[in-house]
Every structure is written in C-alpha cells, then in structure tokens.
Write a protein that binds this ligand. Sequence first.
Ligand code: PPS
Length: 306
Amino acid sequence: MATCKNSENLLQLKEVLRRFPLVPVHGIPLMEPIAQQWARIENFEARPDDLIISTYPKGGTTWMQEIVDLILVGGDTEKARRAPTQVRIPFLEICVPPPLPSGVDKLVNAPSPRVMKTHLPFQLLPKSFLEKNCKIIYVARNAKDNLVSYFFFDQMHLMQPDPGPWDGYVKKFMSGTVPWGSWYDHVRRYWDERENHRILYLFYEDMKEDLAREIRRVKDFLEVDLPEDIIQKIAHHTSFQVMKDNPMANYDSVPSIIFDRTKSSFMRKGEVGDWKNYFTVAQKEAFDADYLLKMEGTTLHFRDVL
Ligand code: PPS
C-alpha cells in the first residue's frame, strides 16, 4: 500500500491494478506479486535494532503502529503526523506493481532504527530477524471479530481476492484460504515462539479493555521511559475515534482505485463482539466446533470467543 502523489502515477497504476490471485509460498497463500518477489523478502537483511509489528491481517496492526510511533517520538502528536502510517512504518512484504515502491524498497535504505509491519506467519519471517534477535510485537484478535473485519476489508481492498458472499467467506477463513493463510496457525505459532524469541504478545481485546495498561507494556518492552501523563496522551491519541479522524492514521491517503470506500471504511467499527451482528446460529455452531479442534492443546486463550 502506498500513497500516490501525482495523477501520472495513478494512471499508470490503474492499468496494472487488479484483484490478485493467491499463490502458495512454502504452503502459505500470498498475493501473486508477493510470491513473485519472494526471494527479496526471504533474504531481507535485518539489523539488530529493527522492530517488527506482526499480526494476522486485521488483528490491530495499524493501532499498534500508531502506538509504537507515538512512544518512539515521546508522545509528540505533531511528529506522529509527519507522514501516513504506511510511510512511517512500512509493510515489509507488500509488493504493488510499479510505479509504487515495495515494502522492501522502502526499508532497505531507511535509517535505523527501523520499524516495520508484517503479516507473515512466524515460519515465513526472514531468518535474519531471528539471527539478529530483533524485537517483535505481536497483536492477536479473537477469530470471529478478525474474520468480520477481514471480510469487509477484502471487499474494499481492490488488490485482495474478492471475498465473495458471507457464508462462503466464513468457510474460506476456517480453511485458511485467504491471504496470509490460517488465522489459527498464525496466532498459535507466535504464541509458542514467544518463549524462544523477543516477542511481546498482546491482545486486541486487552487494548480495548485498558489501553494505557497495554501502552505501558509496549514502552517497557521498547525500554522507553515515559511519564504517566504522556501515556495518557498516547492512549487518547490512539483511541478509535481520534485515529479515525486522523488522516495520517486512517489510510485516507490510499487512493480509491485501491481502497473502495463505498464498500467499507478502513477504520470501520473497532469493536469487540461485532461478530454477533453477522454470524447466524448455525454458522456460530459450526465455527465453534471447528475452532475447538484447531485450537486444541494450546494454552492460548481469547476472551469472549465462543
Ligand atoms: S491491516 O489492514 O491488516 O493492517 O488492518 P489492521 O490495522 O490490523 O486492522 C484494522 C482493524 O483494527 C481496527 N482499529 C482499531 N480498533 C480500535 N481502536 C483503534 N484505535 C483502532 N485502529 C484500528 C479497525 O477499525 C479494523 O477493525 P474493524 O473491526 O474492521 O473496525
């Protein structure tokens, strides 16, 4: 995703943009342009002070990006408005057709310390991150709300595969045939790996419950000292409504040939439990039975999930 500064770029882009098919990369379905550029992503050279914000898509990425950026600029909200989210914290694996730069293009020459976003499942992270022992912040969101958010996003995002009708989408999500693969494997694997690597594992639902508390956890992980009034300021600035109204944090800069805002807005609802407005009783029962099987044996538990 990127900003398009001039109409020439937009015209060029319009010609090559389409809903890309999914291509398996080491068994994980990724959008075709990412698969085509896979070698560059896989061989990405990490630096020890790189910070990675990792999530399954729609898990709370943008929210965490805004929080991290604000912590790193000491709560200076003006500084955090210096550029849109995707410029301040590039998306590692994203590949869009030229003339837009890929995530790797943006990151290779970026000054340290770099902060980046990824949706890659743990096993697809470039090995260099683990060799350099980079810090990773992982945010997980309960499966049903994550699914609903993804369903609306796939409608609006004109490079992602068409989600199709709701009932079929629920099945696609359950089988992991959506971009970046299985939610279940994604959240479980990072959970297991948090004991072996520098991973701070957070939950969207905890952030909704007490944002200041979770911001304190992030700043401790980043080893940044911040007084309580700045933490409160960051919590205010990263509340749903304030971010929704902030053009540097709400993806307003992405052109409508990529984000069709007649279908949904990026900052859609930002709620816990919105799934109850979409799942039928039959869908919920089938989903829950399958969930229990897929999540069997893990100590990872989400609140209000069943
Ligand atoms: S992406 O495209 O994967 O980077 O999307 P991501 O940022 O992970 O997820 C978008 C959802 O997160 C919600 N969001 C927030 N919720 C609460 N508070 C804040 N501040 C906030 N910022 C983003 C956003 O609204 C999407 O969720 P839904 O349920 O669709 O509204």
